[in-house]
Design a protein around this ligand. Sequence first.
Ligand SMILES: NC(=O)c1ccc[n+]([C@@H]2O[C@H](COP(=O)([O-])OP(=O)(O)OC[C@H]3O[C@@H](n4cnc5c(N)ncnc54)[C@H](OP(=O)(O)O)[C@@H]3O)[C@@H](O)[C@H]2O)c1
Length: 286
Amino acid sequence: MNILVTGAKGQLGSEIQVESDAYKEYNFFFEDSKSLDITQSEIIKNYITEHNISVVINCAAYTAVDKAESEIEKAEAVNVLGVKNILLALVKVKNSKLIHISTDYVFNGTNHIPYKETDDVDPIGIYGKTKRVGEELILNSMIDGIIIRTSWVYSSFGNNFVKTMMRLGEERENLNVIFDQIGSPTYAKDLANLCLFLLDKDFQNRSKIYHYSNEGVLSWYDFAKCIMELANIDCEINPIETKDYPTPAKRPNYSLLNKSRIKEDFDIEIPYWKDSLKECIKIIQN
Ligand SMILES: NC(=O)c1ccc[n+]([C@@H]2O[C@H](COP(=O)([O-])OP(=O)(O)OC[C@H]3O[C@@H](n4cnc5c(N)ncnc54)[C@H](OP(=O)(O)O)[C@@H]3O)[C@@H](O)[C@H]2O)c1
C-alpha cells in the first residue's frame, strides 16, 4: 500500500517519518510544501495517480493562528482548497482513504465539560474557521476519511510552546504565562503513532470525527511550570490572565477534548500528558 504524508516537515509529519520505520509493510512517500504544494490541484492529482497512492495522511496545514487573521486567503488556500484538492484526487482511486488532522479551535471555548465530537462547532478565529470548512468538505465527500481533532501540539521537531518555554526559560529569570486557558497538550509522536495505527483499520461505518490529545487537563501556566521542572530550568513562571496577553486571534478559553469515542472504537490507551512531555524533553535535551 502506498501512503502519502503531506506537510512532512511539520511537527506531526516529522514524527510520522521517524515512527514509520516500524511499519515496513507500507511504502511511504513524504512530501513537504516545496516538493508537493497541496494548493495546486493538477500537481496533487498527478502525484497521487503516478505514485499509485491509496492513503493520504494530511499533515499539511496553515497553522499560524495569529497571522491567519490578516492572511485569510493564505489560510483558506491550504486549509480549504488544499483539502479539496486531496479529496478530488483521492475520489479517482479505488478504496482510497484519508486521515486528516483538525483542531480544538473549531469550538468557541465556552464549554465547562470536555468537548464531544457531536458538540456544536463555532470557531472564533480565521484559523479555526478554515479548518472547519476543511472538515465539512471531508464529511460531505465520498472518501473514507477520518478527521482527528487535536490540541496544543508539540514535538522535538519544529517550533512549539515546549521549545519556546525551554529557550526563554534559559534566557530569563521569570516568564508570564496565561492560566485561564484550559486544555490538554498532544505530543506529536503519540499522534503520529495513532495515525500509523489507523492505517490498516476499516474506516467504513466508522464515525468520521475523533478527538485526540494526551490524557489529563491543565492550563498553559501549569504546562510551563512543568516544562521548567522537567527540563531542570530555574525560571519563575507567573500566572497571568488572557486579557493581559493580547494576541491578534482570540483563543478558546476551554478546549478540552472528550476522547471516549476514539478509545472505544479503536480500543486504544492514550498516554498521560506528563509522561509524554517527559519523553519529549529528554529528546530535546539530547
Ligand atoms: N500545532 C498545534 O498546536 C495544533 C493544534 C491543533 C491542531 N493542529 C493541526 O495538526 C496538524 C499538524 O500540525 P503541526 O503542528 O504538525 O503543523 P506544522 O508544524 O505547522 O506543519 C504544517 C506543515 O504543513 C506545511 N504546509 C503549509 N502549506 C502547505 C502547502 N500548501 N502544501 C503542503 N504543505 C504545506 C508546512 O510547510 P511550511 O512550513 O514549509 O509552510 C508545515 O511543514 C495540522 O492540521 C494542524 O492544523 C495543530
